[in-house]
Design a protein around this ligand. Sequence first.
Ligand code: IPM
Ligand code: MN
Length: 364
Amino acid sequence: MPKHTIAVLEGDGIGPELIREAVKVLRAIESRSGVHFDLQYAPFGGRAYFDTGASFPEETKAVCDACDAILKGPIGLSLEDSRKIPVEEQPERGALLPLRQRYHTYANFRPVYLPPELIHFSPLRPDRIQGGIDIIMIRELVGGLYFGEKEHGETQEGLRYVKETLEYDESEIRNIVQVAFEEARKRRSILHSVHKSNVLMSSVLWNDIVFELAQHYPDVQLKHIIVDAAAAALVLNPQQFDVMVMENMFGDILSDLGGGILGSLGLMPSACVGIQKSYYEPSHGSAPDIAGKGIANPYSMIGSVALMLEKSFGMEEESRQIWNAMRQVFGAGFTTSDLRDPEGKLKIISTSDFGDRVVSALQS
Ligand code: IPM
Ligand code: MN
């Protein structure tokens, strides 16, 4: 029987309750596919810091090193709790960024996907999104401002200052843009390259590389769009987009805008793909304010499982079945109370009921 080992990092806040539903779905896939998933739970994030003294403990690194893929819940603490931890051990800087760096997960896929069954969640006018939205944002994940050199101190005049650097070499740009061209080819063959070359030299180099690579993809319709204009266009006419590619910081911001046009960050799963290993996580935070209440929708976590099956294990059919099962549950009028319900017509169910219904839909 084929077997895959998965490191499961539950994370903080709503992380454990979302992971529980994702694991239910994995087990359901296991019993129908005959593929065995060996799940190795390991501590990661703010809770790990309080329990073990490290937010990315050595033991967790060893588990992750040895597995085939990593399924990770959201991490992060309330501002009050975060301030109890040294800045460099806070879960974002102490765990998440080191995880991305360790496995060099340079290609971050963030689907901004709104099939017809979910359309009522979007705050956009129905006539602008008829038939739905289907975008893949591809974000460079291990370079740019996030990982550039930093310094801070005091100027000669005694003013506190900070300096952060945005650095890319051509191979880093080429790698991510190539991923995007390949992805566009598999889809509707429209690629928007997002840049800010009217101001940033990093975008001038970005565009040079994009033009060079475009020679090899004459079948892909390439469009160039400045990042601020892209933000407006996403709200005004999201249906024009198919694949979008951008550097790290732009991708952080535009992908949350993507969640905004869907109606919730809770509808944003993601895949963080490296050459050797990939990990899968929701794009959103740990929502400490609603943790433990059973009201958080597990779509982003279950969607991350679907992405894992597709990208790490080549189980494309099973992945499609998961997306369809979730569409079916929403299509039957169910929701959790964290998602938007503008007309008050939806049937509110709990986090675990949502997971159960996805599993039944899978089995039917
Ligand atoms: C994301 C998150 C992270 C990021 C944070 C938690 C460091 O916002 O995955 O988009 O900024 O990349
Ligand atoms: Mn973000």
